[in-house]
Design a protein around this ligand. Structure first.
Ligand SMILES: [Zn+2]
Ligand SMILES: [Zn+2]
Length: 291
């Protein structure tokens, strides 16, 4: 008799201890991507790098959120697609419930930037805040740009991104906090990575001698952009500046050995960057049953 085989993974969460903190990756979605996301490399380069990675074609894109538990605060770094999702997610809340957490257990939200796949999880379908007791901290330049006027020459994609950001920021207006000082609290420091969006930011988590640099959208297609950090992505508001930010970060962490996390690096989205020829290579963190 045929029996039923597994259809889903049993969990979308992964814990990593960083000193006295625990950083949990919660995979929100696994999205359909496309080679057209890369705008400045020739097709054969993109196809060859992708084929060498043995990934499914057309390419899929992982979307993670990160929960930082400091022991006295639970801080969510980005919230996934939420209501802005199609039918490919969003699993943030399922991940929180798997941990035994409810919406009320989130003390604070910090955003890396204002794209829909990072802030959609802040509101429900009636535009009510999902985490009403949590302040939402946003890099100052992100608020200034996305709450400002839509540029006259904006593409349809950029107009849609503005509409999503403004919808969420309006719904959460009472809780919005502008990040002015890079030290957000002891152990969490903003790391500016401008270019993907005007004030796109990573966050360095540091506790008791250990570090993790949560590097937000430093890559979208890791199989291409570690080897070719010069690759532009169609979502970048300033692709040349995004490349400079990516090159500088890769050079720094390849030298220092500091682990990084990325919202679009494959689950659990944590690992090391090493120099490899003219580019870099990503070495995934090895899963351990103990946190
Ligand atoms: Zn983005
Ligand atoms: Zn993103």
């Amino acid at each position: 008799m045929p029996h039923e085989q597994p259809q889903t993974q049993s969990t979308n969460i992964h814990h990593l201890r960083v000193g006295d903190f625990v950083v949990t990756t919660i995979q929100d979605a696994y999205l359909q991507g496309g080679f057209g996301l890369i705008t400045n490399l020739d097709d054969s380069t993109v196809q060859d790098l992708h084929a060498a990675s043995r990934r499914p074609t057309p390419p899929k894109i992982t979307l993670n959120c990160y929960l930082v538990d400091t022991g006295d605060e639970r801080i969510l770094i980005d919230t996934g697609l939420g209501v802005l999702v199609g039918d490919e997610g969003a699993r943030l809340e399922a991940g929180l419930s798997e941990m035994g957490l409810s919406r009320a257990d989130i003390d604070r939200v910090i955003l890396t930037h204002s794209h829909p796949d990072h802030l959609g999880g802040l509101i429900d379908k009636d535009d009510k805040p999902i985490f009403p007791q949590a302040d939402v901290w946003v890099p100052a330049g992100e608020l200034a740009f996305w709450r400002g006027d839509v540029p006259a020459d904006a593409s349809d994609m950029l107009r849609n991104q503005f509409a999503s950001a403004q919808r969420v920021f309006d719904a959460c207006a009472a809780n919005l906090r502008e990040i002015e000082n890079d030290e957000i609290r002891p152990g969490i420091t903003r790391y500016p990575l401008p270019g993907h969006t005007p004030d796109h930011s990573g966050y360095r988590i540091a506790s008791n001698g250990e570090n993790l640099l949560i590097a937000a959208d430093i890559v979208h297609l890791p199989q291409i952009q570690f080897a070719r950090p010069d690759a532009h992505v169609m979502f970048d508001t300033d692709p040349a500046q995004a490349v400079r930010s990516r090159q500088a970060l890769f050079a720094e962490v390849a030298e220092s050995g500091e682990p990084i996390a990325g919202h679009h690096i494959d689950f659990p989205g944590i690992g090391y960057v090493v120099a490899d020829g003219d580019g870099y290579r990503f070495l995934p963190h090895v899963w351990s049953p103990f946190v």
